[in-house]
Design a protein around this ligand. Structure first.
Ligand code: FE
Length: 236
């Protein structure tokens, strides 16, 4: 038996992992940071190879983990988790300071940070496990409670991007209603996700063949968590 949903019972913390390339910064959301050894202090993180942050870490051999607090709004998480740094500067308008090696430490909505120097990188299929020696770590705000992955999903109603190490795909239902061709596609203004009525949103219980107008009023963008009013029809 391979009931992948049982993996949701594992506990994780929500973090932004960031790095640099020259004067450029980028970061993305990960929930797979863990400490390996206390002495010397070593940590590991699993990062999707497709992420721009992956490229930056590979080249600069440094990464910073900014540990997100429960107060972090979904839009803030969406900015780092569901947009790509290839066409947007994720750090614009975000408070940050530089680590020893010059990578950005996020100061907004974070409880603490860890900077590490990569000592080893292990290829694991779609992801790389970066292992790093901790070069600096500090509590940013003692009063902030770190956000667990379960809190993000269950309390904040957050979603999991397709590139995440813990993403589990649900198969779309093939049943299709008549007239689906006339239904308009809608684009999320926040993250660029496109709702296609021919596909629906099977991960969140929306069958293929459901018009955007017929989505439940509390339906949110599966990629960044904003509501239906942040969408606009695509003219074809
Ligand atoms: Fe979105």
């Amino acid at each position: 038996m391979l009931d992948l949903e049982s993996l949701f019972n594992l506990s994780y913390g929500m973090c932004i992992i960031s790095s640099k390339k020259g004067n450029d910064f980028n970061g993305c959301i990960v929930n797979t940071v863990f400490q390996i050894t206390p002495e010397p202090p070593m940590i590991a993180v699993s990062v999707n190879r497709q992420n721009l942050t992956h490229e930056y870490i590979t080249k600069s051999k440094v990464f910073v983990v900014s540990i997100l607090a429960e107060v972090a709004p979904l839009e803030f998480i969406g900015r780092f988790g569901f947009r790509t740094g290839r066409d947007t500067d994720k750090f614009q308008g975000v408070n940050y300071k530089l680590s020893i090696a010059g990578a950005p430490i996020v100061l907004d909505n974070t409880a603490a940070f860890i900077e590490a120097e990569v000592t080893n990188a292990i290829d694991v299929e779609t992801h790389t496990l970066f292992i790093g020696r901790i070069t600096a770590c500090e509590t940013i705000d003692k009063s902030k409670v770190p956000m667990t992955y379960n809190y993000y999903r269950d309390v904040k109603g957050g979603r999991t991007p397709r590139t995440a190490a813990t993403y589990i795909a649900k198969r779309p239902k093939t049943k299709s209603k008549q007239g689906v061709k006339e239904m308009k596609k809608y684009k999320c203004l926040m993250c660029g996700y496109i709702y296609d009525p021919a596909v629906g949103d099977p991960d969140n219980g929306v069958e293929a063949g459901t018009a955007f107008e017929n989505l439940p009023h509390d339906w949110v963008c599966p990629d960044c968590g904003v509501g239906k009013d942040e969408f606009e029809p695509i003219e074809e």
